[in-house]
Design a protein around this ligand. Structure first.
Ligand SMILES: Nc1ncnc2c1ncn2[C@@H]1O[C@H](COP(=O)(O)OP(=O)(O)OP(=O)(O)O)[C@@H](O)[C@H]1O
Length: 304
């Protein structure tokens, strides 16, 4: 069991303050680090994983500083957002390289074990550049887990991953959290975080904006109307149905297709939508939060 503690952590790059006086504690289980692009999530993770020193404040793991403390490294695994390099390596070679870097006594055995954990044994002999985005994420997670760390940090692990693979990845992270590992993943999508995380930390413009379980974060956010862009097989019929729902406060048809929906009660909207669409014979093609309103939800939290 491991606990990461950030105490008044700031990090600046020249004049840019990427992280501003952040204090938070990340314990065992799955925690979501939620914030819009540029909020400082990557910088926070780089400091938590020992790749970057804080400009001020401290990051400790089980009471010891992370920066330049080599005893902490075997306890930490980082899944960075950037793509894997060296597409000519097979998945197995990539994971094995990490096992060798950690000087594991039985690197081959550890590699096979962790490929099994992420369900990548069968495609492990294929080159990385033949993998789907979801497979690349799984193999990156395997590489980060090969030395059996107690802390796993994942930067935007669901970006660009298709919905089915996203569900499998969520299941995997849930399992790792249930095993007692400290799992922290970043995301700019509230729904994603809400589905997976037991605990949520929100950062906006480098500052810590809120902390709590998703119920607490959701309550903070439900005061704000949120807008979605949608497209479907029959936008006009869907618009009529949505307008009759109390959770929906405005609907606008977009030209030539799609609609904008303003929602006052996200939870009700999310739970009603699939059955509403099904009952009225409408197929949903796409549903995504409009960025503007998401930003406004985040800044609402900071301005409280
Ligand atoms: N090495 C660097 N030099 C200068 N500025 C940086 C550096 N790294 C990050 N920043 C700046 O710090 C701020 C926070 O960036 P960071 O990448 O941590 O945010 P983020 O929440 O991870 O966003 P994204 O999801 O877009 O990566 C941004 O304004 C970014 O431009």
């Amino acid at each position: 069991m491991s606990t990461l503690v950030l105490d008044k952590v700031s990090r600046w790059f020249g004049n840019v303050v990427a992280v501003n006086d952040v204090t938070m504690t990340i314990g065992p289980g799955v925690t979501g680090l939620l914030g819009p692009n540029g909020a400082g999530k990557t910088t926070l993770m780089a400091m938590m994983s020992g790749f970057l020193p804080p400009s001020s404040g401290s990051v400790t793991l089980n009471g010891e500083p992370v920066w330049r403390h080599t005893d902490a490294y075997p306890l930490l695994g980082l899944v960075p957002e950037r793509e894997l390099s060296f597409g000519y390596l097979t998945g197995r070679q990539f994971v094995r390289a990490n096992a060798d870097l950690h000087r594991l006594p039985d690197a081959a055995e550890a590699t096979e074990r962790v490929l099994g954990v992420v369900d990548m044994v069968e495609p492990a002999g294929r080159r990385l550049d033949t993998y789907s985005k979801g497979m690349r994420q799984r193999v990156k997670i395997a590489a980060a887990l090969v030395h059996d760390p107690t802390v796993l940090l994942l930067d935007e692990p669901f970006n660009g991953v298709d919905p089915r693979q996203r569900m499998q990845l969520m299941e995997l992270l849930r399992r790792l959290g249930d095993e007692g590992r400290t799992v922290l993943f970043s995301s700019h999508i509230l729904e994603e975080v809400e589905r997976l995380a037991r605990h949520i930390e929100v950062v906006v413009s480098g500052r810590h904006a809120a902390s709590g379980d998703f119920g607490a974060i959701r309550r903070l956010m439900t005061d704000r109307p949120v807008r979605y862009s949608m497209s479907s097989s029959d936008d006009r019929a869907l618009a009529a149905v949505l307008m009759s729902r109390a959770a929906v406060t405005a609907v606008a048809l977009r030209h030539p297709t799609g609609l904008e929906v303003q929602v006052s009660d996200l939870g009700t909207f999310a739970s009603e939508l699939p059955s509403l669409a099904r009952t009225h014979g409408v197929t949903l093609f796409d549903l995504s939060p409009s960025d503007d309103s998401l930003e406004s939800v985040f800044s609402y939290l900071v301005d409280r």
